[in-house]
Design a protein around this ligand. Sequence first.
Ligand SMILES: Cc1cc2nc3c(=O)[nH]c(=O)nc-3n(C[C@H](O)[C@H](O)[C@H](O)COP(=O)(O)OP(=O)(O)OC[C@H]3O[C@@H](n4cnc5c(N)ncnc54)[C@H](O)[C@@H]3O)c2cc1C
Length: 456
Amino acid sequence: MTPPPIIWRHDADFERARVGRVFNYRRPSRYPIAVVEASEESHVVEAVRLAIEKKCRLSIRSGGHSWAAWSVRDDAVLLDLGQYKGIDLDEKTGIAKVSPSTTGRELNGLLQAKGVMFAGGHCPDVGLGGFLLQGGMGWNCKNWGWSCEQVVAVDVVTATGQKLHCSETQNSELLWAARGAGPGFPAIVTRFYLQTRPAYSHMRSSFYTYARKDFKQALNWILNISASFDPDTEIVAVGSYPPGSAESCTTILLVTFKNSEEEARAALQPAEDSHPPGTVTSVFNSETSLSNEYTNQGAANPNAHRYRVDNAYIRNDADVAALLEDAFTTLPTKKSFSLWYSMAPGTKRPLRDMAFSMQSDHYFATYVIYEDEAEDVVASNWVQSIMKGIERHSEGAYLGDSDFQVRRTRFWSDENGRRLMELRRKWDPEGRVCGYLDAGDQSRVNGLPNKHEWKL
Ligand SMILES: Cc1cc2nc3c(=O)[nH]c(=O)nc-3n(C[C@H](O)[C@H](O)[C@H](O)COP(=O)(O)OP(=O)(O)OC[C@H]3O[C@@H](n4cnc5c(N)ncnc54)[C@H](O)[C@@H]3O)c2cc1C
């Protein structure tokens, strides 16, 4: 074993190591004591030992895409897994063993050559580590389920530096927690075992773009048809400024995964036949691919920008179009976007027994994107005013688009939230692994209260 590189706070290279891989350019002024750049599993154990020796906490970075830069914590050892890479597919079982810093694009790039895919995140460069621990809203989540449901086992290094394999039959409570604990998982995952699915030969998409004034008509249309739509088709509504447009528009996008031209066309036809007239632009059944969709997602979420993000699972009985109108039609910058992601009918089936336990038919998220630090306040105020209107009509929120320093709400069912915090205390009683970053980084071993803030 070669020892891992350790970059200390006084080293010239420290700033690169601290935030160079943080996606959101709204970089935090929090300062670890050192960054361990792991490239093999033994380095993870070394990092835990270092944190124990220095009597400090350990934070973890896989892909660096958490919006609130959860990996960057004051006076902690930061374990950066960016150089620790590995993908190994067992072609007989279809199970891929994957390191946490592997991205969706890297994984599917390799898997597709072998005729399988993993329904991971939409953005090419998100790390599987943070994504899967939060639940993972992957391709066609509304029908194929949460990505964490395809995690069949994990290898971890515990808060005391012990290596464990966790499956349904071994250390199963840690697997239970790894499927939905998010950044409060009380150990470090070094390997995910993922059940892949057969790849599709014909990915096709349709979209229908409407002027701002037609937002409600467009959204009510898609709300009416999405729960009973074709089971291999994901559906999203996006409020954004299309390139060159002076006003924001609403685009309804459908992406289907099929194995023949006929199947794809038949899947998308009901939307083509029923969409309201008056589109600004529309495309029916256009050829696409995972690689093409990754490129589009990458363009919608540009690098080297500042982001302010929030989200909610809207209650099924809410008037969704009325509730989301301002979020879609008053975007504060031209690069920003808001989305409604269809989650039904998947929400009707009981979830497996796992920490992840929060969902509704309607996922809403908003992403304010800008470049200039001077716009931080405007961005934050806009998001806060939008969420104020929406949060009381929500069941809770998704960890992946949340910042607990700003807004606290429910992330799990009451029972699962309680069990998860108990497991945190059991597996990491000293609070070695940083966990949930709330205001002032106070939550530590107790974790989150898992309650709507306005009810506290
Ligand atoms: C552009 C963009 C697009 C996105 N698209 C999607 C999407 O389509 N679907 C979706 O569900 N989410 C999406 N997200 C949200 C994303 O899943 C989360 O931000 C996630 O935290 C990113 O994971 P990461 O490993 O890249 O982040 P990191 O910042 O590296 O990790 C976040 C935190 O997770 C924990 N963690 C990470 N790795 C480990 C590990 N190995 N062991 C223990 N704890 C660990 C740590 O607490 C860490 O601080 C998107 C985010 C961005 C920025």
